[in-house]
Ligand binder design. Structure first.
Ligand SMILES: O=C1O[C@H](COP(=O)(O)O)[C@@H](O)[C@H](O)[C@H]1O
Length: 334
């Protein structure tokens, strides 16, 4: 896993050091920089790099972070990286750049870009993508949009992840409506999960959605995941039997601990077959789960759902702000 602290620190980091991963456990002290050598992640064989925040310096756009996160893909296949931004505002700038660049890459390579959305706070963090320059520069006609989870409620219900995404994102960009795959809200939870899975299998057959050669499951180009304060991702909650589902692509839950209780959700085999996953985690309310997932020793017995995100052949990037990693900061100053 690569770790990049993105900071407003006034420290001058020599250019040769910027964004280059340094070997774990041998992190040199950089005067004035936000990095300490005893960062616990290093104990988990996570390498560390430091970037100077470029927006203030005017030397290097912060969004270059996102570009480098993508261009290093070949070397980082199957690996993880942690990006820490000074604020959610800066995270949203970089997330827009990252998503726009992946859109261009996949539109060129495959003629389509399959994007999976979450609900919750993620949608707000996508706000920069619907502003210039991306509003004009992204080829929205190549986008195919899916949901990693959805609440079994009508599409115009306040709890609907579709409504959240429509209001905050989809209504602002010219994605062809036929390429936005909402669940069938007239069905039961079981029926909606079956229906969505059939839809995905059909789209794999027609080549709109890629298939993973490693797993045979759908391989989405980009999954934009959120994480709840309890460490849940999609509608896969701690200690729930659905965490172990390994056949279905899409399944349902009727006892979600977070309301509303009835939902459908992608399973881990599909999530973990993705080409790219960006996990967006902001705010102090998530700090404890971040600490459990990244900062404490791993224990297989009480793994949080977020710890089960482990891509077979893709790149997994944590997009965090300082508040979300604040408990890790007990160990290190980022
Ligand atoms: O219920 C849900 O919660 C998670 C996390 O939401 P957040 O507001 O804490 O970011 C979300 O990712 C998921 O899609 C949603 O259905």
């Amino acid at each position: 896993m690569r770790f990049y602290a993105v900071s407003h620190s006034p420290a001058v980091v020599p250019s040769h050091r910027r964004l280059r991963p340094l070997p774990a456990r041998s992190l040199p002290a950089i005067p004035g920089s936000p990095v300490r050598t005893n960062f616990l992640l290093a104990e988990r064989k996570i390498s560390l790099g430091v970037a100077r925040n470029p927006v203030r310096s005017g030397r290097r756009p912060i969004s270059a972070m996102a570009s480098e996160a993508i261009s290093s893909t070949a070397a980082a296949k199957g690996k993880k990286e942690l990006l820490v931004f000074e604020s959610e505002e800066e995270l949203s700038v970089s997330l827009a750049k990252y998503t726009a660049e992946l859109s261009e890459k996949f539109a060129q390579e495959r003629g389509a870009f399959t994007v999976v959305l979450s609900g919750g706070s993620l949608i707000k963090s996508l706000r920069k993508l619907v502003e210039p320059p991306y509003l004009e520069s992204v080829d929205w006609t190549k986008w195919h949009v899916f949901w990693v989870d959805e609440r079994v409620v009508p599409k115009d219900h306040a709890d609907s992840n579709y409504k959240l995404a429509y209001d905050g994102f989809l209504s602002k960009v010219p994605i062809p409506p036929g390429q936005v795959y909402a669940i069938n809200d007239s069905l039961s939870a079981e029926g909606a999960a079956d229906d969505y899975e059939i839809c995905l299998k059909q789209l794999v057959k027609t080549g709109v959605v890629a298939a993973s050669s490693a797993t045979g499951f759908a391989k989405f180009d980009l999954m934009l995941l959120g994480m709840g304060p309890d460490g849940h991702v999609a509608s896969l909650f701690p200690e729930h039997p659905l965490l172990n589902e390994n056949q279905r692509w899409v399944t349902f839950i009727k006892d979600s601990p977070k309301p509303p209780p009835e939902r459908i959700t992608f399973t881990f085999p599909v999530i973990n077959s993705s080409a790219y996953v960006a996990l967006v985690v902001t705010g102090a309310g998530k700090a404890s789960a971040v600490h459990k997932a990244l900062g404490s020793g791993q224990s297989l017995s009480d793994m949080l759902p977020v710890e089960m995100v482990s891509l077979k052949d893709g790149k997994f990037s944590w997009f965090t702000d300082k508040a979300a990693v604040s408990l890790l900061q007990d160990r290190a100053s980022l």
